[in-house]
Design a protein around this ligand. Structure first.
Ligand SMILES: *[C@@H]1O[C@H](CO)[C@@H](O)[C@H](O)[C@H]1NC(C)=O
Ligand SMILES: *[C@@H]1O[C@H](CO)[C@@H](O)[C@H](O)[C@H]1NC(C)=O
Ligand SMILES: *[C@@H]1O[C@H](CO)[C@@H](O)[C@H](O)[C@H]1NC(C)=O
Ligand SMILES: *[C@@H]1O[C@H](CO)[C@@H](O)[C@H](O)[C@H]1NC(C)=O
Ligand SMILES: *[C@@H]1O[C@H](CO)[C@@H](O)[C@H](O)[C@H]1NC(C)=O
Ligand SMILES: *[C@@H]1O[C@H](CO)[C@@H](O)[C@H](O)[C@H]1NC(C)=O
Length: 495
């Protein structure tokens, strides 16, 4: 009896036509149907849509694919439909192109689903890269004949970056610390101090914390190897309530391009005692416009390394506080007038002051004094007062600088560089005085022929030589061996 019922059921099922499903496979070349003339072809498709899907191949290894869905036009031509072909062109650094062909397993017997509603299918495939424009085209097969209009539908889809809730599972994003929740909390302790807490990540050990509004109000470097909750007190130059906290991590996987996190400074529940202000902060605060962030990013690494070498590991301190306890190195910085003051000198100064225990003497800040005593006397005095004299050279171009900084064009600063060079040149030939001079190159900068004599000085290319530079700067009393390069022809012929 049951056997009879079973066979009846089987009979019934085969009587009702199966609903078509799709079977998809790669077909990058032309479809075989393309070669044949068709008198009748199916209509086009409708409503081509793309969304992201996360698929887990093995645990913790996700692949992000496209879920492409489409709807068939409900007309009589559906009976002719055999397959739908989808081609995806990806446009990023490299162009990619691939197609799949999805065969319908059965011929369509009705214009709509037996259950009602249009025929809708979806195909999951085509791996998605970060921030890439995809051109997705689809057409039905058999296609129109060669000289006829081929009905097809196309959509563009731009994949998002790591911040997207699905893309963040991409390996690249995970490695960039995407799944890291630093859980930043920041509060204004008093007029000069902001306390920032965040959770570090074992992917890296250097973090830069900024307090900024339009300008940077304060910054600090945190070096921490372990996964832990860290607290840092940052000295700020201006009202900090409501300011933004930006946390920039430096993970080995993403270097300077790691995803930055943001937070907001709120008032601390219980304000504590006053915090000593930093004298130069207000001057510097003005210097640091948001435009400088790029440069800051470079410095941050330097600072990180600088600090790392010095303290091994810093926890629960802000750099200004730490540095204040240590003896200062007086540094006179001379730079050619082509260097952008705001972009380069200011930042370099900030770096020296905050992270290399240095007190910086800059011509720009002593204009009045220079006018009073004359540049030669001023330079002579500063040379005597300074522990180190740094000749700062940069490939930073002047044009880029003027357009992006609000530099005062009214009073062009006097170029003290050639004067300083000539004044100090005699020292460069004497071993006893030479230890005082350093040359710092930023970018691809090189010593110009006119200043060849400088090549006897220790040279540091930042960021490459940051550790050596830092060591040199902080060992002011040490006499050092000077290695003269073969190509070095020191000459002090006046300019
Ligand atoms: C789809 O049909 C074509 C033509 O019949 C065939 O060449 C192709 O292998 C089929 N593809 C799949 C995935 O079944
Ligand atoms: C793909 O999209 C279709 C239509 O939106 C949906 O029905 C289907 O569940 C999606 N597939 C996956 C794997 O998300
Ligand atoms: C898709 O992007 C391409 C290239 O940018 C453009 O030429 C085309 O018009 C876009 N198509 C649609 C449907 O937006
Ligand atoms: C973030 O920190 C706050 C305050 O310390 C805490 O209450 C919260 O649970 C933390 N959230 C996460 C996801 O760690
Ligand atoms: C930071 O952490 C310290 C120590 O756990 C806590 O006392 C302080 O309230 C926290 N501050 C913020 C802004 O979350
Ligand atoms: C940090 O990690 C190192 C090595 O894993 C360990 O020896 C040290 O005790 C940790 N420090 C803290 C404060 O957790």
């Amino acid at each position: 009896m049951s056997l009879v019922l079973l066979s009846l059921a089987t009979l019934c099922r085969s009587a009702v036509p199966q609903e078509p499903t799709i079977q998809c496979g790669s077909e990058n070349g032309p479809s075989p149907e393309w070669m044949v003339q068709h008198t009748l072809t199916p209509g086009d498709l409708r409503n081509l849509q793309v969304e992201l899907v996360k698929t887990s191949i093995v645990a913790e290894d996700y692949s992000i694919l496209m879920n492409i869905s489409w709807t068939l036009r409900a007309d009589a031509s559906i009976r002719l439909l055999k397959a739908t072909k989808i081609c995806v062109t990806g446009k990023s650094n490299m162009q990619t192109y691939s197609c799949v062909r999805c065969n319908y397993t059965e011929a369509f017997q009705s214009q709509t689903r037996p259950s009602g509603g249009k025929w809708t299918f979806s195909y999951v495939g085509f791996p998605v890269a970060l921030n890439t424009l995809y051109l997705i085209g689809a057409h039905n097969i058999p296609n129109a004949n060669m000289n006829e209009d081929s009905p097809s539908l196309s959509v563009n889809f731009t994949s998002p970056g790591c911040l997207n809730h699905i893309m963040k599972y991409k390996k690249q994003c995970i490695e960039a610390g995407n799944l890291w929740n630093p859980n930043i909390t920041a509060c204004k302790k008093n007029e000069e101090t902001v306390e920032v807490n965040f959770t570090t990540n074992p992917l890296g050990n250097t973090y830069m914390v900024f307090i900024q509004r339009n300008i940077i109000l304060g910054l600090s470097v945190v070096v921490e190897n372990n996964l832990t909750r860290t607290s840092v007190a940052i000295t700020v130059t201006e009202e900090s309530e409501g300011a933004m906290v930006q946390l920039t991590p430096y993970f080995h996987t993403c270097g300077n391009d790691c995803i930055r996190r943001k937070g907001t400074v709120v008032l601390c529940p219980e304000p504590s005692g006053p915090f000593p202000p930093d004298n130069n902060r207000s001057v510097l605060g003005g210097c640091l416009s948001i435009l400088l962030l790029l440069l800051v990013a470079t410095w941050m690494l330097a600072v990180g390394i600088c600090v790392m070498r010095r303290h091994g590991r810093i926890k629960k301190t802000s750099l200004p506080t730490t540095t204040a306890l240590l003896p200062l190195v007086k540094v006179l910085v001379v730079y050619p007038s082509e260097i952008c003051f705001h972009h380069t000198v200011c930042h370099f100064t900030e770096f020296l002051q905050n992270h290399c225990r240095s007190e910086v003497i800059l011509e720009k800040w002593q204009k009045k004094k220079i006018a009073e005593m004359g540049p030669v006397q001023w330079l002579t005095n500063q040379k005597q007062a300074a522990d180190k004299v740094i000749f700062l050279l940069s490939s930073d171009s002047h044009t880029a600088c003027d357009s992006s900084c609000g530099q005062s064009k009214g009073s062009p600063s006097q170029d003290l560089f050639p004067l300083a060079f000539n004044l100090f040149c005699s020292d460069l030939s004497s071993q006893t005085h030479l230890h005082k001079y350093l040359v710092v190159h930023l970018g691809e900068a090189d010593i110009k022929d006119d200043y060849n004599a400088l090549c006897v000085c220790p040279q540091y290319h930042l960021m490459k030589d940051i550790t050596a530079f830092h060591t040199e700067l902080l060992h002011v009393t040490n006499t050092m061996s000077v290695k003269k390069s073969q190509a070095c022809h020191s000459s002090c012929s006046p300019l």
